[in-house]
Design a protein around this ligand. Structure first.
Ligand code: ADP
Ligand code: MG
Ligand code: MG
Length: 944
C-alpha cells in the first residue's frame, strides 16, 4: 500500500508481470490510507464499512495516477481489466448493467487527492449514457424529462472535462434556448426542449473535436479516468498546490472514484444536500446545512435555486431527517471529528456521497474540542492537537464585522492586526490632546512615524501611514502595543501645509472618521461595524489544558507596566524582553535623553543621566511590581543613539526657519531707534521695548546655536550601516555612564521593592554581544554598581546576568560566554539577518516575495524560524552553552517565538521558554503543548 513512498518503485524491472492492485472496492479499501486512496475515496470506504448507505463503487489509487504520468500518459497495464472486474461487482450490487439498454447503470467519475483542493479537479456525472441507454433510463424512472436532463448534463460535462471544449458553448446554447422558450429556470424547460438540447450539444461536440462521444460506456469510462488523472498536472491544480504549499509529501497524484449514480433530481421525494455534523461557525452541537429538492449535487454549489436550511426537512421528509441525525452520530463516533458531508435522497432513500473533517473557525474549533472531550469522544491531547494554534490571533483583536458590505477606499499593508475606527489626526501632540482632553478616539495618520511620536501611539486607537513596510517604525511599535496598524497606504497623499490628506478626489481633514483593518490593510472612510475580541470560557479551558502538557515556559515581550499586566492576564509567566529604549522615548524623557546624547563630556553626560535615573527607576519598579515575582528580563540600551535624535532634514528645516526669522527680528530691533529719531519724546516709552527685543534676539540666537549644534552632532553620529554599527554592548563600552545609570535604576528599583516585601526576579541582559571580553566588562560594571547599591540601600539584590544571542560569533563562542552568562536569549530577528546577511526591511520589500515564489526560500525566515540555518546555529549554541553551564537558562525573544512551527523547534532543541508579544501568548501556550504531545507520541519533533 505504501509503495508510492518508495522512490525506487517506478524503476522496478518491468519483467514482473503480476500488475499491482490499482483499485479497491469501497467495501475493501483501507480508509486510513488517504495518501493512496485520496481523502474522498478513503471517506467513501470508511462510510461503506461502518454500514452507512453509500452507492457502491471503487477507488483507483493515486499510485495508478503516478504510473499514468511515468508511463507517458498511458493507463498502467492491468488497470483496464481491474476496472472491468470491479464494474461487474457494482453492476451486481445495483442489479443494473453498464451499457444495458433496459436497466442501465450510470456512474460518476470523481477526483480526490490526499488533501482536498476545492474546485481544482473535476467530476463527470451520469457516465454510461448514450442514445440507447437514455431510453432505458427513461423507462426505468418513468420520467422522460429526467432522462433527457441527465443526458444533456452528461454530454456537456464530458465535453468540458474530457474533451476540453469551452463550457461557454454549452451554457450559451442553454441560455439561447431558455430565451426562445421564455424560461427563467432550466426546470421550466420541457422534456422535448431538453431532447433538442441534447442534439445541439452533440453538434457542439462534433464541431469541436470532429467526432461524437463514444457510445461504448467503457470507452467513455477510460477516457474520463485519464482526464481526471491528467487534471492533477493541469495548470489550475499546479497553481493551487504552489499557492497552498502542497508538496508531494502531502499529496502526490489524485485518486479516481467510480461510483454508481443516485439521483436527487428524479421524482417528488428526491433531494441533495450538504451538512455539517455541528455548526462550523459556532461549534454548537446541532445539525447544520442546506438541501435542495429535486436537484443533482452540483446544483447546490452552482446556486441555481436557493437551498433550504436542513431543519425544514423535518417537515417535508421526516424519516430522512431522522436518519440524517443518526448518520451524524455514527460519523462523529467513528471519526471523532466534526464532519462535512454530502448526501442525496433518491425517491425517499438516503445515500451518503462524501465525508471529510469540517473546516471550522477557531472559536468553533475550541468549543467542539471541549465538547468532544466532555462527550468522551476524544482525549485532551487530541482536543489540543486538532486545533490550529496560529488561528488564535483571530480572537485577540477587534475585527471588522464579517457581514460588513462597505467598500474600502484603499488598501495598504496590514502590519499589526485588529480593526479600529477614529477621528483622523495628523500629529502626535494633537492626538494626545484630542484623546486626553476630549476623550476622542483617534487614528494617527502620518507619512511615517518617528520615536518622538510615541505618545501619539499611546493616544491613538490605530495608526495609518502612507509610506513604510512591515518593519517600519510604525509597524514595529504598533505590533508591540497590539494596536492596529496599516502602513504604505500610498494612495493617500498628506498635505503638510494645511494638515489635510487626499485620497482620489476626496479630502480628509482632522476630525474625519476613518476605519482601518490592520489584518487586511484595508482603509474605509467613516465608521465600519466591528466585532469585539473575547477570551471565552472554552478558550480558558483549552489553554489550561495546554499548560498541563507543555514543557516550554511562555514569557512576553513588553515595555510598559500596562502591557505587562495584560500579558499576565493572557497567561505570561514572565517577561522575556523588556526594551529600555522605549522608556527613554517617553514624552517626559526624550528631551533629557537627547541632551545626554548631545553632551560634550562624560561629566556632562553623567549629570544629565542623573536626572534620568529616578525616572527609569520608577519605570522598573512599576514593571517589577506588576510582574509579582515572575522573571523580568531587562535589556540594556540597544539601538544606535541617532535613533533618539530628530532627523537631519527636520533639524535643517528648523534652522532655515530660525535663520529667516532672524532677519525679520533684526529689522524689528532697529525699529525703536528709527522711531526715536522721528520723535525724541518717545524715548521713555521705547527703552523697555528695546530691552525686550534685545533679549528676544539673544534667545533666538541661542536657539539657533543649539539647533546647529544638534545638526553637527547628528552628522557625527551618522553611520553608514547603523544596524551593524555603534549600538548594543558597544555603546555600553564606549559610554559606560549609560549602562551604569540603567543598572543602578534596575537594582535600586528591585532593592526598594524587596524592602516592601515585594517578590522580584531580575534578569539583566546585554544586547549584541560578540565576544566574551565585552560580556566580562559589562559584568564588572554591574558588579561595581551592585556594590554601590548594596551600600546605599542595605539590600543585596539577587539577579541573573545574561547575554542576548543575536550575532553569529556569539553562537560560536557560546561555551565561553556561558562561563559568565547565566542565561541566553536568542534574538532571532537580528540573528536571522546576521545568518542570511540581508536586512529584513530590504529583503521583504525587494526580493523575498520572489524568492518565496521561486521556492528559493520556502518561508519568510523573519516570521518562521529558518530551522536549517538559524536553527542549526541555535542548537549548537544550546549544546555548547550547556556544556560549560548545565543549568544555563535559554529562551527566544525574537518574533518567531510566537509562531507555532518555530515553537515546536524551540521545544525540540530544549529551550526553557519562548517569549512573544502579549497577543501571541495564547498561541505559544497551545503550540508548546502541541509540541510536547507530538514528542510524547513519538512523532518527529522538528529538529535540524
Ligand atoms: P467536489 O469534490 O467538487 O465536491 P464531487 O466528486 O463530490 O466533487 O462531485 C460533485 C457533485 O456531484 C457533488 O455534489 C456530489 O455529491 C455529486 N455526486 C458525485 N457522485 C455522485 C453519485 N454517484 N451520485 C449522485 N451524485 C453524485
Ligand atoms: Mg464533493
Ligand atoms: Mg537585536
Amino acid at each position: 500500500m505504501t509503495t508510492q513512498n518508495n522512490p525506487s518503485y517506478a524503476a522496478e524491472p518491468k519483467s514482473i508481470k503480476i500488475p499491482p492492485v490499482y483499485l479497491y472496492l469501497f467495501s475493501e479499501g483501507d480508509g486510513k490510507n488517504k495518501k493512496l486512496l485520496g481523502g474522498k475515496g478513503a471517506g467513501l470506504c470508511e462510510m461503506t464499512q461502518i454500514g452507512l448507505p453509500v452507492p457502491p463503487g471503487f477507488v483507483i489509487t493515486t499510485q495508478a495516477c503516478l504510473e499514468y504520468f511515468d508511463g507517458g500518459f498511458k493507463l498502467p497495464e492491468g488497470l483496464r481489466d481491474q476496472v472491468r472486474q470491479a464494474m461487474s461487482q457494482v453492476e451486481k450490487s445495483m442489479s443494473l448493467g453498464f451499457g444495458d439498454s433496459e436497466k442501465p447503470l450510470l456512474v460518476s467519475i470523481r477526483s480526490g487527492a490526499a488533501i482536498s483542493m476545492p474546485g481544482m479537479m473535476d467530476t463527470v456525472l451520469n457516465l454510461g449514457l448514450n442514445d440507447e441507454t437514455v431510453r432505458g433510463l427513461i423507462k426505468r424512472s418513468g420520467d422522460d424529462r429526467f432522462g433527457w436532463d441527465s443526458y444533456r448534463r452528461f454530454i456537456s460535462l464530458f465535453g468540458e472535462i474530457v474533451l476540453k471544449i469551452n463550457s461557454d458553448l454549452f451554457s450559451n446554447a442553454m441560455e439561447a434556448l431558455k430565451k426562445e422558450r421564455n424560461a427563467t429556470y432550466d426546470t421550466t424547460l420541457s422534456s422535448f426542449d431538453l431532447q433538442g438540447l441534447v442534439e445541439t450539444f452533440k453538434r457542439i461536440i462534433e464541431d469541436n473535436v470532429g467526432k461524437p462521444i463514444p457510445n461504448d460506456p467503457y470507452e467513455q469510462l477510460f477516457m474520463a479516468i485519464e482526464a481526471v488523472f491528467a487534471s492533477w498536472n493541469g495548470k489550475r491544480a499546479v497553481d493551487y498546490r504552489r499557492e497552498f504549499k502542497i508538496i508531494p509529501e502531502i499529496a502526490n497524484g489524485t485518486a479516481v472514484n467510480v461510483q454508481a449514480m443516485v439521483f436527487g433530481n428524479v421524482g417528488e421525494h428526491s433531494a441533495t444536500g450538504v451538512i455539517f455534523t455541528r455548526n462550523p461557525s459556532t461549534g454548537e452541537n446541532v445539525l447544520f446545512g442546506d438541501y435542495l429538492e429535486r436537484a443533482q449535487g452540483e446544483d447546490i454549489v452552482a446556486g441555481i435555486r436557493t437551498p433550504k436550511p436542513i431543519f425544514e426537512m423535518k417537515q417535508v421528509m421526516p424519516e430522512v431527517h431522522r436518519e440524517l441525525l443518526k448518520v451524524r452520530e455514527t460519523l462523529e463516533t467513528h471519526f471523532r471529528e466534526i464532519q462535512d458531508v454530502e448526501f442525496t435522497v433518491e425517491n425517499g432513500k438516503l445515500f451518503m456521497l462524501q465525508t471529510r473533517s469540517a473546516k471550522m473557525n477557531i472559536a468553533a474549533g475550541m468549543k467542539t474540542s471541549v465538547d468532544l472531550v466532555n462527550e468522551g469522544l476524544i482525549t485532551k491531547e487530541q482536543a489540543l492537537t486538532r486545533l490550529d494554534a496560529a488561528q488564535l490571533t483571530q480572537l485577540m483583536y477587534s475585527q471588522i464585522d464579517p457581514e460588513n458590505k462597505t467598500q474600502p477606499v484603499t488598501v495598504g499593508l496590514g502590519v499589526s492586526p485588529g480593526a479600529a475606527s477614529g477621528e483622523v489626526v495628523f500629529d502626535a501632540d494633537e492626538a494626545e490632546r484630542q484623546s486626553k482632553t476630549h476623550g476622542k478616539k483617534i487614528i494617527l495618520l502620518r507619512e511615517q512615524t518617528k520615536p518622538e511620536d510615541i505618545h501619539g501611539f499611546f493616544a491613538a486607537q490605530g495608526i495609518l501611514t502612507t509610506v513604510g513596510g512591515k518593519t517600519s517604525h510604525a509597524a514595529v511599535v504598533a505590533r508591540g502595543m497590539g494596536k492596529p496598524c496599516v502602513t504604505g497606504a500610498g494612495d493617500i497623499k498628506i498635505n503638510a501645509v494645511d494638515e489635510s490628506a487626499t485620497i482620489g478626489d476626496h479630502k480628509i481633514i482632522q476630525g474625519d472618521v476613518i476605519t482601518i483593518d490592520g489584518t487586511s490593510g484595508k482603509v474605509w472612510l467613516g465608521e465600519v461595524s466591528m466585532v469585539e475580541p473575547e477570551f471565552s470560557k472554552d478558550m480558558n479551558t483549552i489553554l489550561n489544558w495546554a499548560d498541563k502538557f507543555r514543557r516550554l515556559g511562555v514569557r512576553t515581550n513588553v515595555d510598559t507596566p500596562s502591557d505587562a499586566a495584560k500579558a499576565l492576564r493572557f497567561g505570561a509567566e514572565g517577561i522575556g524582553l523588556c526594551r529600555t529604549e522605549r522608556m527613554f522615548n517617553a514624552a517626559d524623557r526624550i528631551g533629557i535623553f537627547q541632551e545626554m546624547i548631545l553632551a560634550d563630556s562624560p561629566e556632562d553626560r553623567a549629570a544629565t543621566l542623573r536626572r534620568l535615573e529616578p525616572l527609569q527607576k520608577e519605570d522598573f519598579k512599576a514593571m517589577l511590581r506588576v510582574m509579582q515575582g515572575f522573571p523580568v528580563t531587562i535589556r540594556l540600551l540597544d539601538p544606535p543613539l541617532h535613533e533618539f535624535l530628530p532627523s537631519e532634514e527636520e533639524i535643517q528645516r528648523q534652522i532655515d526657519m530660525l535663520q529667516k526669522s532672524k532677519v525679520a527680528l533684526d529689522n524689528v530691533c532697529r525699529l525703536p531707534k528709527i522711531l526715536r529719531t522721528l520723535d525724541p519724546q518717545l524715548e521713555p516709552l521705547l527703552t523697555g521695548d528695546q530691552q525686550m527685543l534685545n533679549s528676544l534676539a539673544r534667545l533666538q540666537k541661542s536657539e539657533l546655536d543649539k539647533k546647529l549644534e544638534t545638526l553637527q552632532k547628528i552628522r557625527v553620529l551618522k553611520e553608514v550601516n547603523p544596524m551593524l554599527g555603534h549600538r548594543g554592548v558597544r555603546l555600553g563600552i564606549t559610554y559606560p555612564e549609560i549602562y551604569e545609570t540603567q543598572v543602578e535604576a534596575i537594582l535600586e528599583a528591585a532593592a526598594e521593592l524587596i524592602k516592601e516585601s515585594v517578590a522580584v526576579k531580575v534578569e539583566i541582559m546585554v544586547p549584541n554581544v560578540c565576544t566574551a571580553e565585552e560580556l566580562k566588562r559589562v559584568e564588572e560594571l554591574i558588579k561595581r554598581v551592585e556594590q554601590q547599591v548594596t551600600e546605599k540601600t542595605g539590600v543585596i539584590v539577587p539577579y541573573k546576568f545574561g547575554s542576548m544571542i543575536e550575532v553569529v560569533r556569539a553562537c560560536m563562542r557560546a561555551g565561553k560566554l556561558a562561563e559568565m552568562a547565566e542565561f541566553f536569549s536568542f534574538g532571532t530577528n537580528d540573528l536571522t539577518q546576521a545568518t542570511f546577511s540581508f536586512s529584513r526591511e530590504d529583503a521583504e520589500n525587494k526580493f523575498l516575495p520572489l524568492y518565496n515564489q521561486l521556492k528559493i526560500l520556502q518561508d519568510n525566515p523573519f516570521e518562521i524560524l529558518d530551522v536549517k540555518g538559524v536553527g542549526r546555529l541555535m542548537s549548537i549554541t544550546v549544546e555548547w552553552g550547556r556544556r560549560s553551564r548545565p543549568d544555563l537558562e535559554i529562551g527566544i525573544c525574537g518574533e518567531q517565538g510566537g509562531e507555532p512551527s518555530s515553537i515546536e523547534f524551540c521545544h525540540a532543541i530544549g529551550l526553557d521558554y519562548v517569549s512573544c508579544s502579549p497577543y501571541r501568548i495564547s498561541i505559544a501556550r497551545l503550540a508548546a503543548a502541541q509540541a510536547a504531545i507530538k514528542e510524547k507520541k513519538g512523532g518527529h519533533g522538528k529538529t535540524v
